[in-house]
Unconditional design. Structure first.
Length: 223
């Protein structure tokens, strides 16, 4: 197969299942990489804002946020957080919800498009997720985001300028519009070769099977 499989991943940088799904998908890619006959895969991240009405500086804890957002008791919100934290641990992620700053993610998505234009999107995606879930960093403010951009080798001043001018906001909106067109109602959501959709943080074996099937069907398709 001459061209690699295209995988577009709609996700949000404060979505706990998106980070878990990322790790499971990366495990699938590692498994395929060990097979010389397996398809090559090209990954692009797309923007999805789970809660675009969230303020940049939410006053309260993640438990408060989840309780208010879903209309549930704080005890139930804590139980949900404890559950996802345990699942994250099973794939090697250390979620520290007591340190998290709930925020608006539109600037983070703009920065991811900036990083894509400079060949650093995958590195920045990982950096933002780690900063948010394990380091207690703020990912909603331009200055903090510019610092994180610099940490993955991007030009800090150029990143800050792009954020101030909202250079990539139209691309964020375009991703959201495409998500609506696809009928995406939750993330992570994986689109393989513009033909197959996979919703949620599926098991690694499911991703492997889907990628192999997409590659096989492309090879078998008539010219």
């Amino acid at each position: 197969m001459s061209e690699p499989l295209s995988v577009q991943i709609w996700s949000d940088v404060q979505c706990p299942w998106c980070y878990i799904g990322k790790r499971k998908f990366e495990a699938a890619l590692a498994e395929l990489a060990a097979d010389p006959e397996a398809p090559q895969v090209e990954v692009v991240y797309r923007s999805y804002e789970l809660a675009p009405d969230t303020p940049v500086d939410f006053e309260g804890t993640p438990v408060d946020y989840l309780s208010q957002r879903k209309g549930i008791a704080p005890e139930q919100a804590r139980a949900m957080i404890d559950r996802v934290t345990g699942i994250a641990e099973s794939v090697g992620l250390d979620y520290r919800y007591d340190d998290i700053h709930q925020t608006n993610t539109v600037l983070a998505h703009e920065l991811l498009h900036f990083a894509k234009a400079h060949g650093k999107q995958l590195e920045l995606k990982e950096r933002l997720l780690r900063a948010y879930f394990t380091e207690g960093r703020h990912i909603g403010r331009a200055d903090d985001l510019a610092e994180l951009a610099a940490e993955v080798g991007l030009d800090r001043d150029a990143a800050a300028t792009a954020l101030a001018a909202h250079t990539h906001l139209a691309e964020v909106k375009a991703d959201m519009a495409q998500a609506v067109a696809y009928g995406i109602q939750g993330v992570p959501f994986f689109v393989i070769d513009d033909r197959y959709g996979i919703s949620g943080a599926q098991d690694t074996a499911h991703f492997v099977a889907a990628l192999r099937q997409a590659a096989a069907e492309r090879t078998e398709a008539p010219a």
